[in-house]
Design a protein around this ligand. Sequence first.
Ligand code: SAM
Ligand code: SF4
Length: 452
Amino acid sequence: MKKVFVKSYGCQMNVYDAERMADMLASEGYSETKAMEEADLVILNTCHIREKAAEKVYSELGRVRELKQEREAAGRETKVVVAGCVAQAEGKEILRRAPAVDVVVGPQNYHNLPSLLKKPRSERVVDTEFPVEDKFDHLPKPSKAAIRNRGVSAFLTIQEGCDKFCTFCVVPYTRGAEVSRPVAKILDEALRLADAGVRELTLIGQNVNAYHGEGPDGAVWSLGRLLHRLAEIPGIVRLRYTTSHPRDMDDELIAAHRDLPALMPYLHLPVQSGSDRILDAMNRRHTGDEYRRLIERIRHVQPNLALSSDFIVGFPGETDAEFEDTMRLIADVGFASSFSFKYSPRPGTPAADIEAQVSEAVKAERLGRLQNLLEMQRQAFNHGTVGQTLDVLLEKPGRHPGQMAGKSPYLQPVQFESDRHAIGEIVTVRIMRAGSNSLFGEWIGPDSQAAA
Ligand code: SAM
Ligand code: SF4
């Protein structure tokens, strides 16, 4: 059997795509390996969101080239594929900069990999045209064993691409226009995952709450309606979705946070900035106060909500006062977790052409202050759960023998001593201590919540 090594960078969409590529190559006779040295096929599934992410790929390709040469000297061939958003954005340039690469394939084209890999070695190919057909129709279904191997929590792509055109972002160019998968296909995939033991589904999309897929009744279904339907699947006990845009949080979706017990009280809703002028320049189409009011509405129906966000500091022209607006928004809203970045100019995006770029030193200083505040909020949130009893979905054995590890409803890693529980179970744990990244608790039994 031939072996394939897939390395994924960036977002959850790439994790999902990497799994689909592995499923497809399994039916071509490839088994997955975690050791690049033994791979007959190396796939780098790349991310173009920030310059650093894209450059990482080229340094990794240097390493892959050496490996390919060593294997060649030992009489073994290695094919190298660059997939994902760098492939889409840079196409032929990759072949020019990285001689080891045989195939460059975009995120909407990877279903063509089997035929692309059959081309002769002398023919290096680029396949990045946005196809007319839907790649999902060409992807084989994963085996039960492959699903089980990936654990009890699974990603499911329901929507791809983006029409929002935030002025800093490459996604609309690398992933293409916004497309929602039909409800029937999502249900089919969800049933298959549940049947193989998956308990938690995270619905993913670049703009997941813009979902508007065709329902089996011919009507257009929103994300709220889809969540209600997925919650009916036996075995699926937890639902999540990511990444959402504030503009697309409609009433039905907000109500689902009140009405659907399976929908976890966690929401990743990026705001990017707290300054109205910067939000406008970013083309985010909402103000800081509109975001504050939206969060109030969601917290009104789900008071336990753990909120998460993305922030960009040093967007072109951001003044000290505008940065302080972001700090104020963070202090006002309160976040349980977050991701924050220095603005990175991306070729082809409108913001990259704005002359007033912010210096690296100022970006670094702002990012440091912002991350300190967000880290304090994260720790405060975690410490706030000490003494509470939380449901934990068990995902794997813990770090030490006799421990189990899982996730709280708020997506916090939780560890506790146990030799009697199985992966996939939901157990009630009293949180005793908050470490820097995990919570530590003790099992108190399924009926202990009433007593707590
Ligand atoms: N669709 C999501 C939204 O609208 O919030 C975001 C998707 S993007 C893959 C993830 C995050 O990367 C963004 O929320 C933003 O904070 C960050 N990001 C995108 N472009 C960036 C850039 N040019 N520089 C720095 N961070 C960027
Ligand atoms: Fe990028 Fe998200 Fe804006 Fe779309 S909504 S352009 S994915 S940041």
